[in-house]
Write a protein that binds this ligand. Sequence first.
Ligand SMILES: [Fe+2]
Ligand SMILES: [Fe+2]
Length: 317
Amino acid sequence: MVAPVLQSEEAVLDRLRKQQLVESLEHMSPVYLEGIKRILTVSADTELISGPAYYHAAVHAPSLNAFGSAVSIIQDELGHAHIAYRLLRDLGVDTEQLIFEREPRHFKYPYAFDVPLDSWVELIVANAFYDRAGYTLLGDVYQSTTFGPWKRALVKVDKEETFHLRHGEQGMRKLNKDQSGHEDLQRAVDWMFLLTVEWFGLPDSMKKHGEQLNYGFKGMSNDELRQHWMSTAVPLCNELQLKVPAHYDEEQKKYVLDCAFPAHFDAQKKQWLLEDGSCTWDDVMKRWKARGPKNEAFVGMIQRGKREMLKLLEQDA
Ligand SMILES: [Fe+2]
Ligand SMILES: [Fe+2]
């Protein structure tokens, strides 16, 4: 591919000041291009990995109907991944390499997906928590992004994510009706709540990629997004009498956490080591970089198909 002629930073910022969307490579500067590739890759990888991660739990569906809804969610997620990778391809990225040949540990999805969902209850809570995080992040991108093709594509994604998180909410209300369901939910919430709180990343005071806001890739900061997520996730848990380590503080007019945060997490036991007190965000970044227990297996499920197909083609040749 011939390298495109990119705009100067000033020209792009000028375009954005006039509230014109960026439509293609020709409208981008080097910083804009790198920034939009970074945020699109995170989004594409997150959508893609939710496929195998959700499938791992969907097989425990309590009925054929329930299995059907889980599989339709997985299908949506693969569609969302396809949109984001397609946009990356239009920006000159080799997406075949990105999807099928990248080392599993170089994928950029949130750490939470590396921790296996081992039951139907955990899948339902993932819909209520993780899809809500996706909805929060992408809803913000939809409102604020200056990249026109992504903004238009997110209309469909946004609608489908609403369905996923409603599936989680309704599922939780249903499971909560009897005592054993309530206890199962509490066990899932105990490890999944803080994993979603940390999903939104470094606190604003430590954040590095300033261009995400300057160039209008997103509108809200990490801490604002985290608040936004808690503003609906915490009331849902309160309604179901599920204990979460967070509450609304009237004086500060925001949600605050009632436990050590950030904290160390035992991924094998799916347990927070809260009694050890808070750790640093450096410790969290180290855990994220090392990836979690299912990183290789889940990426392997995605990459296996192409390898098998190539082997068959070689045999035929
Ligand atoms: Fe999605
Ligand atoms: Fe989703």
